[in-house]
Each structure stands twice: as structure tokens, then as C-alpha cells.
Design a protein. Sequence first.
Length: 249
Amino acid sequence: MISEPFAVGDSLLHRTDPAVKIISAMALALSIATSSSFQVAGAGLLVAACCCYAAELPLGPLARRLATVNIFILLLWITLPLTGGGGHMVRLGSLELSGKGIALAGLISLKANAVYLLLTALLSTSTIAAIGHGLERLHLPNKLTILLLTTYRYLGRIELEYKRLRRSATLRCFHGSTNLHTYRTYGYLIGMTLIRSYERSRRIHQAMIMRGFTGTFPVLIQQRTGTMDLLFLALCVCISLLFSFLTIR
């Protein structure tokens, strides 16, 4: 199943209304992503770090996920200094590196890490089900929320089906290698996983209709927006407006 390690906790952000966190995450992420200022990107990274601290996220899993993101950013540091162009060049041994490319890679690195930490702190502290119901409370299209919730549900089902078929192949002494038999076996595994998952989804859909499913999932606990939620939303909106002002100044 898809794990949600950051959704468990009792911090300030864990108790905040998911709808409020969705609006705050969108406002802050957009103001940082559309900025071309190092000051805004650095301030955004600082705000994101404060949000992670307020969410009391475990450092180990957070650092591993952040390292995965920065592996892709490392490719930019390899290519942009060599292909960035511009008049200002930095000589490193026999290489001439573009000062414009280095600056662009640095700006992208700051913004990518800031946005990732913000989304992790604000959205990962709620379950997928809570985020789906938060989108519904924001009056987004009902089909979008249903698509999000069912996709999350059936990704776990597809994973279970694949593990069961993979375990069955292992019990029949299958060992992966670089030969045609291995490629054919993995093709069969993927194909049977999709077929069985599709058949299972049809049976679950029929069971849902028999139980009176009308296109909405009932909520057992209604989330209410409190005073602290509104104050947090106002703070995030003010920060995003400040970032936007500094960008266009």
C-alpha cells in the first residue's frame, strides 16, 4: 500500500483544516515558482523550513525524499553552466562555465527545494482522503475529487495484485536475468496485473452501486474551519502577496 508517514502526528499543521492548507500551499508555491528573484527564493526556502519545523516532520524520511528531488536538480548543474550562454564566463581549469547558467541553476535549486518542502509540510500532513474532502469543500469539480480518491485506492490494489503475482512466479523458481524468458515473464506479469486489477475494480464498482453509491463519499467527521485556521491562512496569503510584490518591484 502507498504509505503516508507524514500524515500521522499532532502538530499545528496536522490539526489545520486541509482546505486551508490546500489554499495556502497553492498561494505560496505559485508566488515562489513564478519569481525570478534570489531573495524571494531564499525567503521561500526559509518559510518552507519553518513549516517543516512546525509540522514536526521526521528528518530521516524528509532528507531521503529531498535527496531524490535534488538528484534531478544535479543534472541542471551539469548542463546549464555549460550551455547557459551569456557574456559573463567563469573559467574552471580548461572549462569555461556560463555565469548566467550557474545563476539559473542556483535559482531553480532554491525554488524547487522551497516548493517541495512547502507541499510536503502543508499537504503530506493530511491523508489523501482528507485532501480529497478538502477539495470538495472548496467546491472543485466532484469528478476531480472522486478521481483522486479512487486513484489512490486502486494504486494500492494494483500494487497488491503485482506482489501476489510476483510471489507466485518466485515460488515457481523464477529468477530475473537479462534474457528473453525474463522479459517475456515480466510482460506477462504486468499484463496480468492490469487485467486482474481491472476485473477487481469492476466487481468493487458493482458492489458500491448495490450499496447505494451516488457519486459522493460520505464523511463521518466533518472538518470545521476555526479561528486558528483562518489566522494561518491569512499569514500564508500575506507572505505570498509579499513575495509577489518583491517579484514585480
